[in-house]
Design a protein around this ligand. Structure first.
Ligand SMILES: Cc1cc2nc3c(=O)[nH]c(=O)nc-3n(C[C@H](O)[C@H](O)[C@H](O)COP(=O)(O)OP(=O)(O)OC[C@H]3O[C@@H](n4cnc5c(N)ncnc54)[C@H](O)[C@@H]3O)c2cc1C
Length: 479
């Protein structure tokens, strides 16, 4: 059996890895090719390397993640299993990051920090802090309660505030701004109108709400180091064929599929089974013969484009440097219009709290930042450049995790496998975090392997939407 996986982000790599796992113990496994349009694998995991020039002890080299940058070892169980298998180790390849957050208004007049040691009055007011902590445990527990499946975040906070005695500032000053910094939020809907369920998928898995406390890690050398380690292992040890620079289109021909290089149509390969592991909008374009029912589901997924810029422009941070944290969240004043999609500013020096460079954060060495959708323009001269002089920025896309997406995730499942076609990647599973992409990869690979082994593939039994999404979240967030 030949399987073509289209898209070499973590969603596609997960399917390929899981499909070839039997080969590691000498058992038969399908032939697997991953086709990636770009010259590198990893999709939203994209690292830029650069130099700050010569320091007293030689060149000061750093790196910055433009997209994917952290993970939580307390919840990313399947990713942890893979990391262990490929020899990706804590302390060497990934390390704990400083998990602190500041909140500040765009003019810098208001700011406070969370989790950070309050310094010179920068801490969050105790009543607000108590409400944030209570929200995390209460909403974390409610995040898989089917009662709240159709609630917006604002409806949930309004309904629970009286009983839980939450500070009226909880939503406007902390939760809504924080959610506006999550990559799957829509500018059009704004954080208040996001589904409560969707928000809690992220909070539970990434930030440990209502479960085991998060142990958030950064990738030493950036997320691309993880992808490179993974792909090297898959190519050398598992026999996965990895083809980059191949923007694929697929068409059903006879009993199988043809994979066509859409650049010129000349390169053509065949496959028995195809896995679309691109974003849904790209998938719609590349899938020339969608089975009945598939296209409307894919078309219901909306995407936001964000610009991610690495720079040294401190004007984007709180005016008081004592309030600078790893994550810095701009508060949109109540009634403000023109919300951007996700807005967040990282102090990279804190994020890469890197023992390898113990002198790095000392006085005098440059602080640098990553802004996703900067709320103020950044001067060109302050944008970091990579070793080739290319400015360190990228346009990133991610699906909006709205009510339509929740419905699509449910509705696509019974169509998995029709005409030998499957779907994976961020839009198909929860908030599309690495761990969720990996779980989808395991499910899709499991179904294909059953067919490969000629086992009767049982028709997937998909419960109603609330039970389905809640079960997935419970499974992913279980420590
Ligand atoms: C700013 C940002 C920060 C994030 N931070 C984190 C984080 O810290 N931790 C985390 O777990 N998750 C994070 N995420 C979520 C992240 O997107 C997912 O974890 C994951 O990377 C999504 O993987 P994917 O494979 O679905 O999509 P992608 O990574 O986007 O990969 C899709 C791939 O398909 C390729 N492709 C498209 N069309 C074709 C074609 N025709 N032929 C061949 N290839 C094609 C693309 O080039 C791309 O490489 C973040 C997302 C964003 C946007």
């Amino acid at each position: 059996m030949k399987v073509a996986v289209i898209g070499g982000g973590v969603g596609g790599l997960a399917v390929a890895y899981e499909l070839r796992k039997p080969a590691l113990s000498g058992r038969p496994a399908p032939e697997v090719t991953v086709y990636e349009a770009q010259s590198r694998f990893g999709g939203n995991a994209d690292t830029v390397n650069f130099s700050f020039g010569k320091g007293p002890q030689g060149e000061i080299r750093r790196w910055v993640d433009l997209g994917v940058n952290d993970f939580n070892t307390a919840a990313y169980n399947d990713i942890m299993t893979v990391m262990k298998a490929i020899g990706f180790e804590e302390g060497v390849d990934y390390r704990p990051l400083e998990d602190t957050t500041s909140y500040y208004t765009g003019d810098g007049s208001t700011f406070f920090t969370d989790n950070a040691t309050p310094w010179w009055g920068t801490g969050m007011a105790p009543t607000l802090k108590a409400s944030v902590d209570d929200f995390m445990s209460t909403a974390g527990a409610d995040g898989d309660n089917p009662k709240y499946i159709d609630y917006t975040l604002e409806q949930y906070i309004d309904e629970r505030s009286g009983e839980r005695k939450w500070d009226p500032q909880l939503g406007p000053r902390v939760i809504y701004p924080r959610v506006n910094g999550m990559y799957f939020t829509s500018a059009e809907l704004g954080p208040r109108r996001m589904p409560f369920y969707a928000v809690m998928h992220y909070y539970k898995i990434q930030e440990g709400a209502g479960g085991d406390p998060a142990r958030r890690m950064y990738f030493v050398g950036g997320a691309s180091h993880w992808i490179q380690t993974l792909t090297a292992y898959m190519a050398k040890r598992m026999g996965v064929r990895l083809v980059s620079g191949f923007s694929a289109a697929v068409a059903r021909e006879g009993d199988g599929w043809t994979v066509i290089d859409s650049a010129d149509g000349a390169r053509r390969e065949t496959a028995d089974t195809v896995v679309i592991a691109t974003h849904a909008n790209d998938g719609l374009r590349l899938l020339k013969t969608p089975p009945p029912g598939v296209a409307p589901i894919m078309a219901s997924i909306r995407y936001e484009t964000a610009v991610s810029v690495a720079h040294v422009d401190a004007r984007l941070l709180p005016v008081d440097q004592n309030a600078w944290c790893t994550y810095n969240i701009v508060i949109h004043e109540p009634g403000a219009v023109a919300l951007k999609p996700y807005v967040i500013n990282y102090v990279c020096n804190r994020h890469q709290n890197d023992a390898e460079n113990p002198d790095y954060n000392r006085f005098g060495l440059p602080m640098f930042f990553l802004s996703i959708n900067p709320h103020q323009p950044i001067r060109e001269s302050m944008v970091l450049k990579d070793d080739n002089g290319t400015p360190a920025f990228a346009y990133l896309h991610h699906n909006v995790f709205d009510f339509a997406c929740m419905k699509a995730q449910h509705d696509i499942e019974p169509l998995q496998g029709a005409a030998g076609l499957y779907f994976a990647g961020g839009w198909t599973h929860g908030s599309g975090l690495h761990e969720e992409c990996w779980q989808q990869g395991m499910q899709v690979a499991g179904a294909i392997l059953k067919r490969f082994e000629n086992a009767e593939a049982p028709a997937p039994a998909v419960p109603d939407k609330a039970a389905f999404l809640a079960a997935r979240l419970r499974e992913t967030a279980a420590g």
